[in-house]
Design a protein around this ligand. Structure first.
Ligand code: KG4
Ligand code: ZN
Length: 355
């Protein structure tokens, strides 16, 4: 068993948690969204400053709530990649300093490996390789997991990530930031079939389409055109935009495209289980549609618990505990890597720091 203090500051949530393998002993998140909402998106400089201010109190909080003292920990972990460089540095430097002070091993964690592990905070996974649909503000990926730490990317977005599309369309509709929860709320009262919108495909140079890849830029443009057309037709009439129907139609198309391509990929690859994680996995329509289609296609499914879909440190702790039990630790001078791909997560545990 491994008891780990984990820290997360890769974007706009400061978070600390103490986990014992897959059991959360305490988890605390301080969100900065209200401040970034004033700017319509994350301002990296502000994010770093707020992490510096928030992290010490969050660490105190999880130690008190869990009753775990520094001396009781097996290891200290921090997200080291990918993310905003200044933001990543806050958890990394704090984690490495605490590890030095208390004589504990340190582990840098790949943020996406954290998201992948978030599903273990719910039901246990069935045995065997599985397919993960990871949908967040920065990533839309289909990842085959053969064993812990062994990943193969099978699909991805060629432009915006799914969460980014939610955020941009919410801005277009004047619904605020972050866009995912705002669109979900507006969509509740809407007719999801009112507007026909495109399910973007990515062409292959040799003809045809990549079957498991995504593109959200055409959908974004179609939303913009639809809004402009409605504005023109409403001109002089004083009618306001049908926000609920626009939000619901957009949400439906994103959910359908994500689920259809994921199920297709799982079936084609002979993978019996589909796992949904990441901030966008908090979306109720997406969760429900995934369950419906998996039932129909004879696939098993797992969805990250709602509380651990958006960024948190508990998922980082689970990933670190798994690596630590397998014998991995990071060098104490490990830096941060803003763009490290998931397939290279093992580089965080090489004896010599490579970044
Ligand atoms: O995983 P996450 O917290 O941060 C990243 O690693 O990027 O994901 C944040 C993204 C944002 O784009 C946000 O709009 C989206 O997840 N999101 C949602 C919902 N809650 C958060 N998208 C759709 N529906 C939601 N309920
Ligand atoms: Zn994330």
């Amino acid at each position: 068993m491994a008891t780990v203090l984990a820290l997360e500051t890769s974007c706009d949530e400061s978070a600390a948690a103490i986990v014992s393998d897959q059991t959360v002993l305490a988890s605390a998140v301080a969100s900065q969204v209200e401040e970034h909402a004033l700017w319509g998106g994350v301002v990296p400089e502000i994010a770093s400053r707020r992490h510096v201010e928030a992290l010490p109190a969050l660490i105190d909080q999880v130690c008190v709530e869990s009753g775990v003292a520094m001396a009781d920990l097996d290891a200290i972990a921090a997200t080291a990649a990918p993310g905003l460089v200044g933001a990543l540095l806050v958890a990394s430097v704090t984690g490495r300093t605490l590890a030095r002070l208390h004589g504990k091993p340190f582990l840098g964690v790949h943020h996406l490996e954290g998201h992948l592990c978030s599903v273990q905070l719910g039901e246990p996974l069935p045995a065997g390789p599985y397919l993960v649909l990871l949908v967040s503000g920065g990533h839309t990926e289909l990842v085959r997991v053969d064993a812990p730490g062994r990943y193969r990317g099978l699909g991805r977005s060629h432009d915006d990530a799914a969460g980014e599309a939610f955020d941009k369309v919410a801005r277009l509709l004047g619904l605020g930031y972050p866009g995912g929860p705002a669109i979900e709320l507006a969509a509740r009262a809407g007719d999801a079939n009112r507007f026909a919108l495109p399910k973007g495909r990515v062409s292959r140079p040799e003809g045809g389409f990549y079957p498991y890849d995504f593109s959200f830029s055409g959908l974004k443009t179609a939303m913009l055109r639809q809004v402009r057309a409605l504005e023109v037709s409403a001109d002089g009439g004083g009618a306001s935009l049908p926000l609920a129907d626009l939000a619901a139609s957009f949400e439906r198309v994103v959910a359908e495209v994500l689920v259809e391509r994921s199920c297709r990929c799982a079936l084609d690859q002979g993978l019996g289980t589909l796992v949904l994680v990441g901030g966008v996995a908090a979306n109720r329509r997406l969760r429900d549609l995934l369950e419906l289609r998996c039932r129909r296609d004879g696939l098993q499914w797992r969805v990250a618990p709602l509380a651990y879909c958006t960024d948190n440190a508990a998922m980082v702790g689970v990933a670190a505990a798994e690596r630590f039990r397998a014998g991995a630790t990071s060098p104490c001078d490990l830096g941060v890597a803003p763009r490290l791909p998931l397939e290279q997560a093992h580089r965080l545990y090489e004896p010599q720091a490579c970044f």
